[in-house]
Design a protein around this ligand. Structure first.
Ligand code: XMP
Length: 506
């Protein structure tokens, strides 16, 4: 394993991804990790991430100095480079010229870190401080016009620092630099593959479960699907998946999910038709937060009841991913947590957790899913919120409105797929407004609902922008909705980014 000490840099997760793409396992750990904890993990090497601080500010995150004397190879990146320099007796200054962006760099490719890379290449710089004087025994191994000390090394002790960011794509040889660190400096072997990961996880699950019963809330989303299939592979006989149909799902969704997993993976799935319960509770409710609360609580109730019926359940499968784990353990991570995660189960629900994906990033989860034989159609699904169509119907939820939105939503997805745009965007869906407007159809005056189209691009759902979708696709969607969905006479396109708007309408 390679350990990445996280100093709060925006690219820390990217470093992890690059290392894993080289088939080497790595973990992101808090910067203040104790030397003993590091030793216990027996790493092949350590990376110090970038970060927003200056090593000279008062509360700057600083790692234990003893880490530099443990004998592990270390690569400092940006802030990590400055910290290594200062910790080992060198000097860091505020740069006379701030550097930001692509910069030409001259490398000394006689050092293992830059082996096989041409001397002159480009790198991505983003810093206000820089190294003025390397620590004793360090040599300068790279420089740019504005940053004479762009990288330093103590080759004998295997300590390296780079001011630029090898983990971003704007450093074209960055991957090779990271690979050199892994394979030339740390002597890693590239044996972390999805195959071996699945095999090992299956073994661990079997050992942990040890004959007990396990439940899983299957939603058909990527994470819960991959988690369920993985656990199913390990302990098929003991696993029961619970699929709650809350009546707020998309067209045919329940049938598709339940059929697919039964047919392809022979899974034990209990499908709970709880539509009436949910709609009854939602009657007359118009406040968005109240709707969310009702749906979230009802889901937990239904799930608990079903698990009780099964009896003797000890474990619950959760599709927790690595970014959540990192954020909850980090003293420096940005604390913009998802504000509403309706559709999940609380940790104190009374079962012990099995979290088979908790060391994986989203794209790795998809890879695991692929290896397990899950269809691309499921692996590439757009996110769908736990409260389902309820957060896309403004005002009271009724069967009539659900029927209209379900049809409109289905057309949006169909047309997006037909035009090859479904997988190019983060989400594309329809929203039903709680107003009516006048239209004309044939010789008749109509007075019906409008549908809002929401099509956004985003990396993680935290920020988003509306997609500049070609007019002919918008036209196809609009015409199809008006022609095929009874009760709609207008289609509008939402051209607001997030922030200030949210992606969903409630
Ligand atoms: P907003 O509307 O806050 O949505 O911009 C950001 C992302 O989160 C999804 N979302 C949810 N997902 N349970 C979920 O599992 C929820 O309650 C929930 N609310 C919003 C939304 O679809 C978007 O991708």
């Amino acid at each position: 394993v390679i350990l990445i000490l996280d100093f709060g840099g925006q690219y820390t997760q990217l470093i992890a991804r690059r290392i894993r793409e080289a088939n080497v396992f790595c973990e992101i750990v808090p910067y203040n990790i104790k030397p003993d904890e590091i030793k216990a993990k027996n790493p092949k090497g350590i990376v110090l991430s970038g970060g927003p601080s200056s090593v000279y500010t008062k509360n700057a995150p600083i790692c234990d100095n003893a880490i530099f004397n443990l004998g592990y190879p270390i690569l400092g990146i940006c802030y990590g480079a400055q910290l290594m320099t200062k910790s080992l007796g060198g000097k860091v200054i505020s740069a006379p010229v701030r550097e930001y962006g692509k910069t030409e760099v001259i490398l000394n490719n006689n050092t293992p870190l830059f082996k096989g890379i041409e001397k002159e290449t480009m790198c991505w710089m983003s810093h206000t401080d820089q190294i003025e004087l390397p620590p004793a025994d360090f040599k300068v191994i790279a420089s740019t016009a504005n940053c004479p000390i762009a990288a330093i090394a103590d080759v004998d002790r295997k300590l390296y620092s780079v001011q630029f960011h090898p983990e971003v794509i704007h450093t074209p040889k960055g991957n090779e630099i990271i690979r050199n660190f892994l394979f030339e400096v740390c002597d890693c072997s590239a044996d972390w593959t999805m195959d071996s990961l699945i095999e090992q996880t299956v073994k661990e699950i079997r050992k942990k479960v040890n004959g007990h019963k396990v439940v899983c809330a299957l939603s058909g989303g990527v994470d819960s699907s991959v988690a369920a299939v993985l656990v199913n592979r390990a302990i098929h006989e003991q696993l029961v998946c619970i699929f709650v149909d809350n009546g707020l799902l998309r067209k045919n969704e329940g049938d598709i999910v339940v059929e697919t997993f039964k047919r392809n993976f022979d899974m034990n799935i209990i499908r709970v038709d709880a539509k009436d319960r949910f709609l009854e509770k939602l009657k007359g409710i118009t406040d968005p937060e109240e709707k969310r609360k009702i749906i979230g609580n009802e889901f937990i109730e239904v799930f608990k009841e079903e698990a009780k019926k099964i009896g003797g359940v000890k474990y619950l499968v959760q599709g927790t991913l690595y970014p959540d784990v990192i954020e909850s353990g980090s003293p420096v991570a940005a604390t913009i947590k998802s504000h509403h995660n309706v559709g999940g189960l609380p940790e104190d629900i009374g079962f012990e957790l099995i979290e088979p994906l908790k060391m994986l990033f989203k794209d790795e989860v998809r890879q695991v899913g692929r290896e397990l034989g899950i269809h691309e159609e499921i692996l590439n699904r757009q996110p769908f919120p736990g409260p389902g169509l309820a957060v896309r119907i403004l005002g009271e939820i009724t069967e009539e409105k659900l029927g209209i939105l379900r049809e409109a939503d289905n057309i949006v997805l169909r047309e997006m797929k037909k035009h090859g745009w479904y997988n190019r965007v983060w989400q594309s869906f329809a929203v039903l407004l709680n107003v009516k407007s006048v239209g004309v159809m044939g010789d008749e005056r109509t007075y019906e609902y409008p549908i809002i189209l929401r099509i956004v691009e985003s990396d993680d759902g935290m920020t988003a922008d509306w997609v500049r979708i070609p007019y002919d696709i918008l036209e196809d969607i609009s015409t199809s909705i008006i022609n095929e969905v009874y009760g709609v006479n207008r289609v509008l396109y939402d051209i607001t980014s997030k922030p200030p708007a949210t992606i969903e309408w409630e």
